[in-house]
Each structure stands twice: as C-alpha cells, then as structure tokens.
Write a protein that binds this ligand. Structure first.
Ligand code: HEM
Length: 439
C-alpha cells in the first residue's frame, strides 16, 4: 500500500524537520507496535528515512500503511487508496486578512500538514512547549499512529473573486487573473435544494484517515493555526468510504446497501488518471498543472422512503443487483455492464462512460449521518467527492444528465455544494501549499 502511494505521489516520503523540532514523534510513542509487520521495500525506505531524520535513536517503523507520503508530484488524498474516515472543512478567509497573512498561513499549514501526515505533533508539540503558552498541538492524537492521514487543499472560486457589498466582484488577494476557467461557479441543477451554510468556501481541506480522531485532530489544528486569518464555514464528517480506488479490494457499500465504487478510476491506473483526473500543461493556468478539480456535494438520502421500496425497485434504480453488485444481465460485479439490459433511467445506465462519450470522474465519497432532522427522519446520505481534470467537461454535464432523469432522484436530494481547484503536490520540504498560485 505504501509502495503504491509512493509511486502515485512521485517522490519518496520526506520530513520537515524544522516543523517538528522538539515535538514528540507519535511513531516513537507507538513503539514496537508495528514490529513484525511486513513492509514493501519502498515503504521500508520511506519510513526509515523519516525515522532517521526525526529521531537520533531510530524507533521501529509504523505498521504497514500507517503513513502516506505528504510530498510528491500530486497531492495525496486523490488517487491514494481511500481511507475509512473523513473530516472535510471549508474555510472562508476573514475580512481582515491580507495576501501576506494568507501566504504566512499557507506556509504554516504546510509544515503542520507534513508533520501530522507523518504521525508527528504540530510545532513544539502538545505537552513540550513553553508552560506559559497554549500548546502548539491540541494533543488528542498523541499515541495514535499516522493512520494513513492525507490532507488535500483546494481553492474555491470565491478566493479569486468575491462579490463586494455592492454586488460587484472584488479581487481581494490579487488572484483574479489566475482563476482557472475550469473553476466555474457550478450551475443550479434540477432538484437542487442547496443550503448556503453548507456550500461554497474560499479554501477546503480534505482530511482522510483510518482513525476519525486523527482526521478530526488534523482539521482542528489547522483551524487553530488559522485563527484570525480563516474561519471554518462548514465541515462534514464522513465514514464508510463509498467508493474504491483499489479495484482488488472488496467494494464498500453505501447507506442504500449497494456496492459503490465498482467502476471507478483505480488509483494506480496512470493512463486514466492522466486522461481524466490530473490537469495537464495547456489545460489552464500553469499553477494548476498536476492538480485536479474537486466537486463536493452533500447528498441527502430519503432513507425511510428507500427502506420501503421493493428489492426490484431498488435494483432497477441502479441497474445492478444488490447482493453481488452485478450489472443487469451479467453474473459478476466486475463484468462489463450491458446498458441495454438495465432500465434507461437507472443510475448506471446514465452515468456509465459508454453513455457519456467516455467521460469519467474519480469518486471518493463517504457516508454521513448527522442525527435526525426534527421530523424523526435520519439526516443521512452520501458526501459525494469527485476529482476531475476539467469540471466543465465532467461533473457538470454528468450531473445535468443525472438531475434530469436519474431514477435515483426519487430517493435523494443535493443539499450542499462546493467546487475547488486542488493544485499539484508539494514536492519537497520548504515548498508550501499554494506556492505556484501566490508565487
Ligand atoms: C446519493 C447519491 C449517489 C449514490 C447513492 C450513488 C451510487 C452509485 C452506485 C451504487 C453505483 C454503481 C456501482 C459503481 O460502479 O460504483 C454508482 C456508479 C456511478 N455513479 Fe453514483 N451515486 C450517487 C451520486 C452520483 C453522482 C452525483 C454522480 C456524478 C454526478 C455519480 C456518478 C457515478 C458514476 C460515474 C458511476 C459509475 C458508472 C459506471 O461507470 O458504470 N453518482 N453510483
């Protein structure tokens, strides 16, 4: 798994020693927990390199898969094998912030992100700094391994231009000319019932990890560092990944009980990633080359209605069987779908690339349940995350099609929406999130 990540991110793991000087290594804290776990050769290399720099007396390696390299050609958290948990946060830059204070924050965030994804504490740590000052790290991840934490940053349309009091767009940070054309204001789709308090945002950070406490700790610490410069606009917790970027693994099920992610872009399919996910030179502004556009949609499921639907109706909704996940007319989950064998309005018949001129997106969504809605119904559904090379040619036409005639619309409603440009990866220590954009 680590070897695969390393390959995807382009460069071996490295550490930002300056960011972590004085902090206790969480790898050191877990001690020999990882001993005896077989690591791939590349993973051994990367973990060992990190250990050498962190600790004069090298501690044993973390369990296999515990650390996803932060540095690389592309940001991790996109083609990386999907982790179990999500904490997603959309931030707004505060009115008092300047371009300089924002750049300062992005540099601090990068150091903190490199530390936390490496399983280390932020700054001087949770319990080792000045007694008179609040600790640099909030501490709730002490003793926990890196848990495959990835942190992925994206910049929303409103960072580039935002309507001022008179309704005219304001170029707050001198970035307007750098806004990619692909970073469109998403259109209103049929059936949308978007809550503005769960939509938009100047900057997003997607934290994925196998342990929810590690993901929550990461967002909390970034928010803490950002106090005065950014505020959390909205956030979303997710569990039970609803898509797979590792086709060999068992496909997870969504809250409707169906396998989700059967036909997705695999994280190691470099050709498909290049065609459909990574922005290429000439696609748009140079700063986005190697990056990807992220659409986030909070999609509520009408769970109670769904649970009263017959099995046949449920299967007709997707054009796949519920048990095996096989496309209609075929016995096995991974058999190529015969779109003519399924209802024309089924989700797969409408979303499959054969019905969309070969269009593909990389889905990376998670389930959510946020209590009940006051009417005794679960506030639950899919927090849909999709990465693509150009949203205008991917999510927008696809969602237009689905919004118009997908049978699934009987059971779902889109209630939150956001769009972000996620730049290429931070290649080495000293570089920072957004450097190509602001530099
Ligand atoms: C709550 C909302 C949704 C649910 C429950 C859902 C569920 C599913 C399921 C069960 C599959 C079949 C298994 C698979 O191949 O992964 C699927 C496939 C797919 N879905 Fe969704 N989906 C939802 C929303 C969306 C949205 C909003 C889009 C894009 C705009 C989308 C795009 C796709 C695509 C591209 C496929 C693959 C089709 C194929 O290549 O065969 N889905 N989805």
């Amino acid at each position: 798994m680590d070897a695969e990540n390393e390959q995807q991110n382009g460069t071996p793991a490295a550490t930002d020693a300056a960011a972590t000087r004085g902090a206790v290594s969480r790898r050191a804290v877990i001690g020999w927990a990882g001993a005896g776990v077989a690591l791939g050769a590349a993973a051994v290399g990367s973990v060992a390199a990190a250990t050498r720099q962190d600790d004069p007396d090298p501690a044993p390696a973390a369990p296999a898969g515990a650390e996803v390299p932060f540095y690389g050609e592309h940001q991790s958290g996109i083609s990386t094998p999907v982790q179990d948990r999500l904490h997603f946060a959309a931030f707004d830059v505060s009115e008092k912030a300047t371009r300089e204070s924002l750049v300062k924050l992005l540099k601090e965030w990068t150091k903190a992100a490199a530390a936390m994804t490496g399983g280390r504490e932020v700054g001087t740590g949770a319990a080792t700094g000045l007694p008179e000052a609040p600790p640099d790290d909030t501490g709730e991840a002490l003793g926990l391994p890196a848990s495959r934490l990835t942190l992925t940053i994206g910049f929303g349309p409103s960072l580039f231009e935002k309507p001022g009091p008179d309704g005219q767009p304001v170029d707050r940070f001198g970035l307007r000319a750098k806004r990619p054309e692909a970073l469109v204001d998403l259109p209103n789709f049929k059936g949308d019932k978007l809550d503005p308090t769960r939509s938009g945002g100047d900057i997003c950070v997607q934290a994925c990890a196998d342990d929810p406490q590690v993901a929550v700790h990461a967002i909390r610490n970034l928010a803490r560092i950002g106090m005065g410069t950014v505020n959390i606009r909205w956030s979303q917790l997710g569990f039970g990944k609803t898509s797979s970027t590792t086709p060999d693994a068992q496909t997870p099920r969504n809250l409707m009980g169906f396998k989700d992610g059967t036909h997705n872009i695999a994280g190691n399919d470099t050709a498909k990633l290049a065609d459909h996910v990574w922005a290429a030179p000439g696609d748009g502004p140079e700063w986005m080359t190697g990056g990807s556009y992220l659409v986030a949609r909070r999609i509520r499921m009408h769970i109670e209605t769904w649970d009263r639907a017959s099995l046949k109706d449920q299967e007709d909704t997707f054009g796949r069987t519920k048990g095996e996940g096989a496309p209609y007319g075929k016995p096995k989950e991974h058999d190529a779908p015969d779109l003519k064998a399924m209802p024309a309005t089924s989700h797969v018949a409408l979303a499959h690339p054969d019905a969309n001129d070969g269009l593909m997106i990389l889905r990376r969504g998670f389930s959510f349940t946020d209590g009940t809605d006051g009417l005794g119904r679960l506030d639950a559904g899919l927090f849909f995350l999709a990465y693509q090379r150009d949203t205008r040619k991917a999510f927008v036409p696809l969602q237009n099609r689905l919004a118009a005639s997908d049978k699934l619309n009987e059971y779902i409603q889109h209630v939150g929406s956001a769009h972000f440009a996620c730049p290429a990866g931070v290649r080495k220590p000293g570089e920072w999130w957004g450097q190509a954009l602001f530099g």
